[in-house]
Design a protein around this ligand. Structure first.
Ligand code: HEM
Ligand SMILES: [Cu+2]
Length: 561
């Protein structure tokens, strides 16, 4: 579209914000606007977060007593399988894709993603495979019970004998999710390579965009492996092949390689954009430049490379030969170096700054604390003798929930609050935000800390009943779990009420530096009336350097900033 159409939109006097369409119906349409698609991803993902959370509540209800008294054991198997699958494939990935979709074009000064229609198609696959996955609750035999990693031979059992069963639907959904993610990755990588505004050299690009680029590169090299594994398993299950079936000469450990070759790097697909969020949020609320910007962004690339070389740390107990275990123990330890560089940089950014403890900053700080803890237990698990000891115990569950809830979900909340005024044009309610933070932070620690002592005591994961000696910590964990359930209520209330009634947000409520803050909130359809010309780096806090040499908002900004 040309600028003419933009002017026409801006001219309509009934628009609440210059240039931003005031039409909620577009969120239900096949829109090719990256901002609409971003919000579609985020809202869809959040619905699945609530479904996954409800399943967790039932699990914690079962685990509050040692006996298996609330649900049948096979139902419990289905619960943890669907909980893990939904939380990863239906919540975390789509949520992060949504945030990245919304933010990357704005941050690099582009009018949209490189391939808008591919973008929309990738999004619309999410409800398709989401529905496939949910359908498995309604087929005979119920959902898959083989855990989110679907190891054969367990995943090859087909007790009902039906062709359409929970495991088959699970595999179809995961394969489709891979297709959607690859479509998204091609789009992100192309956009970041080709569509940066003039003057935005690689080392003037915000750290968030570097992390998205790194994460999406991982999707490109990793997903083919997962998809291949899933298709081979599907063939074993439906067409009588025997790639993985030991009874017919297949090799189940081969599947583990296919699975973890992707699924370990996938944890970096998740955590890298969270690292990017930390790098954006800390400078704004500490009023200081990001410490060691170049080291921070280069470490994302190093993490990307190393993440491809550590997957066997998930297979230390799978009959892996010792020399191989040593090799992967070493590479796993190595990856803590670039990660440590980042943590050091964030602490140095916050250190001695004028801290403003608004909700986004609280969530980012809380997320960082949880990430540190998870990083320490992660290094412990990387040590072969320790891992052999706690493999398949609650220690592992505790470790990854600190990463995935403590750091990732809290990091996602930090990002939502930070960019909410930009996305919606309204301010959220700070008091509700702080309440949400307090409940989440306390809930995470009550829920997931006890899993560590439980694991060390030897409590296995994926069980619905346990020895009474484990009861003490499980009661605490369950109470923490229920608290986390409650914690989502002030969030939902805040988002819905402030989106409808909240105070109007100015273009730049946080006094932040970045191209997205130079244009109105919410941004007009084509983002920038004039493509910005970038003349300095992204974190010039405390200096009076200007970020651009023109006014990318054109006429629009002067009206209300
Ligand atoms: C209220 C919040 C949550 C609670 C109470 C909770 C609780 C649990 C429980 C009880 C298990 C099963 C443990 C077992 O029997 O082995 C589990 C597994 C898991 N959770 Fe969560 N969880 C929560 C949030 C999340 C989130 C936000 C994510 C991801 C973003 C997540 C990802 C997973 C994964 C991947 C598994 C492993 C599933 C498997 O073993 O196949 N959880 N969780
Ligand atoms: Cu791993």
């Amino acid at each position: 579209m040309s600028n003419a159409s933009l002017d026409a939109i801006a001219a309509k006097s009934d628009q609440p914000f210059p240039g931003a369409p005031n039409n909620w119906r577009r969120f239900f349409s096949f829109s090719t606007d990256h901002k609409v698609i971003g919000i579609q991803y985020m809202v869809t993902a959040f619905v699945f977060f609530l479904i996954g959370g409800l399943l967790a509540m039932v699990m914690r209800g079962e685990l509050i007593t040692p006996e298996a008294d609330l649900v049948d054991r096979t139902v419990y198997n289905a619960l943890f399988t669907m909980h893990g699958t939904i939380m990863l494939f239906m919540w975390t990935f789509p949520m992060l894709n949504g945030l990245s979709n919304y933010l990357v074009p704005l941050m690099i000064g582009a009018r949209d993603m490189a391939f808008p229609r591919l973008n929309a198609a990738a999004f619309w696959l999410v409800p398709v495979f989401g529905t496939l996955l949910m359908a498995s609750f309604f087929v005979p035999g119920g959902p898959s019970q083989s855990g989110w990693w679907a190891y054969p031979p367990v995943s090859l059992q087909n007790p009902t004998g039906n062709l359409i069963n929970g495991q088959v639907l699970w595999l179809l959904a995961v394969a489709l999710s891979g297709v959607s993610s690859i479509m998204g990755a091609v789009n992100f990588v192309t956009t970041i390579f080709r569509m940066r505004a003039p003057g935005m050299g690689w080392f003037r690009m915000p750290a968030f965009c570097w992390t998205v680029l790194s994460a999406q590169m991982i999707q490109l090299f990793g997903l083919p492996s997962l998809t291949a594994g899933a298709v081979m398993l599907l063939l074993d299950l439906t067409a009588g092949t025997s790639f993985f079936d030991p009874a017919k000469g297949g090799d189940p450990v081969l599947y583990q390689h296919f699975f973890w070759f992707y699924s370990h790097p996938a944890v970096y697909v998740i955590i890298l954009p969270i690292f990017g969020t930390f790098s954006e949020v800390f400078p704004v609320y500490a009023r200081k430049p990001l410490f060691g910007y170049r080291f921070v962004v280069v470490s994302s690339v190093i993490i990307t490379v190393l993440s491809a070389m550590v997957w066997v740390h998930h297979m230390f107990a799978s009959g892996t030969p010792s020399w191989m275990r040593m090799l992967f123990m070493f590479s796993t330890m190595l990856i803590s170096v670039p990660t440590g560089v980042k943590v050091f940089a964030w602490v140095a950014t916050v250190w001695g700054g004028k801290l403003r403890l608004d909700t986004p900053m609280l969530f980012a700080l809380g997320g960082l604390v949880c990430f540190l803890f998870a990083g320490i237990t992660g290094v412990m698990l990387g040590a072969v003798p320790f891992d052999i000891h706690v493999n398949n115990t609650y220690f592992v569950v505790g470790h990854f929930h600190y990463v995935i809830y403590g750091a990732t979900v809290m990091g996602i909340y930090a990002a939502i609050y930070h960019w909410f005024p930009k996305m919606t044009g309204h301010m959220y309610y700070e008091g509700l935000g702080k309440l949400h933070f307090a409940l989440t932070f306390i809930g995470v620690n009550l829920n997931f800390f006890p899993m560590h002592p439980l694991g060390l005591m030897g409590m296995p994961r994926r069980v619905s009943s346990y020895d009474p000696e484990f009861a003490y910590w499980n009661v605490i964990a369950s109470l923490g779990g229920f608290l986390l359930g409650v914690s989502t209520l002030p969030f939902i209330l805040n988002i819905v009420s402030s989106w409808v009634l909240g105070k109007r947000a100015p273009a730049n409520p946080w006094n932040a530096i970045g191209l997205e803050w130079l244009i109105p909130s919410p941004p007009p359809v084509e983002n920038f009336e004039e493509i910005p010309i970038v003349v300095s780096g992204p974190y010039g806090y405390g200096s009076n350097e200007s970020l651009v040499s023109n006014n990318p908002a054109g006429e629009l900004i002067s009206e209300h900033s």
